[in-house]
Design a protein around this ligand. Structure first.
Ligand code: PHE
Length: 502
């Protein structure tokens, strides 16, 4: 996999392409990462929008109940209460919620009955479904506890909707499907990252035994000819496959078959972004008479995913930046073989709904999706029933930011076994800092930035300084409230990571 290991985890995210080099969560590997996990599920969902109550020292509960099902925990458990509290929110199904409206718009491009919609799959899946069934190697960094929320070694909160691919291929109930669902990843804290977000997965398959004369390429091209066309400028400079960079599955597919599937995939997904951006522009033009309509530009970039080959990402030029909007490819034939349907083949894609909703509605902060504030939700009333009512979000007053710094030393030497719950320069993972802060300050933390780090020339100890921006979306924080939160954050960093405050 080498250099092409960048597993478009970032495609779910909102950062422009230029600034992504620091943000490639799937390629971080932190062996030995282990610290006392947070505790249980009993936080009321509304706690997310209020100032949090003091958090007692977390204990690992022996079982955890999610959406009515109880699971045993083990030493792998690492799901904090704020994340557990999100598992019943189902924003993608909440009428008039921007994430749900975005889902509806995308679904309109993939009509029934060719496509079947699956919108209520449970977020708890097996490690096998999330990784092994898709061909992730055993040492893939995406499996680490630094990146993924585990309930126990065998059970986790899905990190992507692809976790359901194998089951749907095996059920083989339709020629195509869409899955929309909440997905979970440990990550940094800022206005475009949240530990829970939403994806839509789509797939289209053809069956060798069912197409005329067994000619897949001809059948796929015939279906392609039935799709609408568009007049958006698409840059697609690479060959349909490349022996090293983006290989054809030559044991299973002829070049003509793979090319036909890729052409059908690309047109389908181009139509999807055309639909979204046409609606975004119409909303913008309605609200702003001076709006200047820039032509939409789309480009295809070679990519890597363990479960597709060849693979691509689509980028869209929007407001001065190339944005990565989705990942896709020709599904690996092993998936169909393992699913007991070896005569089928086709394509799959995955798209992050939150980042698309942020673009579509001009929503500046991902925390707003979780808000129950009528000043937010009320702006989208009626849109689910009439997508033409779509309007851009009008920000309500922004409350003042409150910046607080915390500087600390990591432990100098590596802890034996790496599981004493303390952080040293070897097993320190920034996601742990992010999560401790998020778990204590909830949605009152807007972003956390590393502002300084250095290694002491004599002692070799490493020092880090983070700047936390405490800012509620719903009220002005007093300095006393921010100090109280910050004090608890500092105490938790010391307690759970074993750092020494400077
Ligand atoms: N599951 C991938 C991700 O989350 C996206 C994807 C889906 C890529 C389907 C290819 C096919 O990054």
């Amino acid at each position: 996999m080498g250099g092409r290991r960048r597993l478009a985890a970032s495609l779910l995210r909102f950062s422009p392409i230029q600034s992504q080099s620091h943000h490639v969560p799937w390629i971080r590997l932190h062996p030995g990462q282990c610290w006392a996990p947070y505790s249980s599920s009993s936080v009321s969902p509304s706690a997310q929008t209020q100032l949090p109550k003091p958090t007692p020292r977390p204990e690992t509960p022996s079982t955890i109940t999610i959406n009515g099902k109880t699971y045993p925990t083990d030493a792998w458990f690492n799901v904090p209460s704020n994340v557990l509290a999100s598992t019943n929110r189902r924003l993608h199904l909440q009428k008039d919620h921007p994430v749900s409206i975005t889902r509806q718009i995308l679904e309109s491009v993939f009509p029934r009955p060719t496509f079947r919609y699956h919108n209520d799959f449970d977020p708890v899946v097996s490690t096998y479904e999330n990784f092994d069934s898709l061909g992730f190697p055993p040492d893939h960094p995406g499996r680490s506890r630094s990146d993924t929320y585990y309930i126990n070694r065998e059970t986790l909160l899905r990190t992507h909707t692809s976790a359901h691919e194998a089951a749907l291929f095996s059920a083989s109930a339709s020629d195509g499907y869409l899955i929309s669902a909440d997905v979970y990843r440990r990550d940094e804290v800022d206005r475009s990252h949240y530990p829970v977000f939403h994806q839509m997965e789509g797939a289209r398959v053809w069956d060798r035994t069912k197409v005329p004369n067994g000619d897949i390429a001809a059948a796929v091209y015939a279906d392609l000819a039935r799709l609408p066309t568009h007049n958006v400028k698409v840059e697609d400079p690479n060959p349909p496959s490349h022996p090293e960079r983006n290989p054809l599955q030559s044991a299973h597919h002829s070049p003509a078959e793979a090319e036909a599937i890729a052409a059908h995939l690309k047109r389908s997904l181009e139509l999807m972004v055309v639909e979204i951006f046409t609606r975004a522009k119409a909303a913008a033009a309605k609200q702003d008479p001076n709006y200047v309509d820039e032509p939409l530009r789309v480009r295809w970039v070679e990519a890597y995913f363990p479960f597709t080959s060849p693979s691509w990402e689509m980028e869209v030029y929007y407001a001065g930046d190339w944005l990565e909007v989705l990942g896709c490819g020709v599904s690996k034939q092993e998936l169909f073989i393992n699913a007991g349907v070896p005569s089928q083949l086709g394509w799959a894609f995955g798209i992050g709904l939150d980042r698309i909703a942020m673009l579509l509605f001009q929503i500046p902060d991902i925390r707003l999706f979780w808000s129950r504030d009528e000043r937010f939700l009320g702006q989208f009333a009626g849109v689910s029933d009439n997508l033409d009512l779509l309007k851009r979000f009008v920000p309500f007053s922004k409350y003042p930011a409150c910046y607080k710094d915390v500087s600390f030393w990591l432990r100098a030497t590596s802890a034996a076994g790496g599981n004493t719950g303390t952080a040293n320069a070897h097993d320190f993972h920034e996601n742990d800092v992010m999560e401790i802060i998020r778990n204590i300050a909830g949605d009152v933390v807007e972003d956390v930035r590393l502002t300084d780090q250095f290694t002491h020339p004599k002692t070799g100890r490493r020092s880090m300084c983070y700047r936390i921006n405490y800012r509620s979306l719903e009220k002005t924080l007093t300095n006393a409230e921010a100090n109280e939160l910050h004090g608890r954050v500092i105490a938790a960093l010391v307690d759970r990571l074993g750092v020494e405050i400077r």
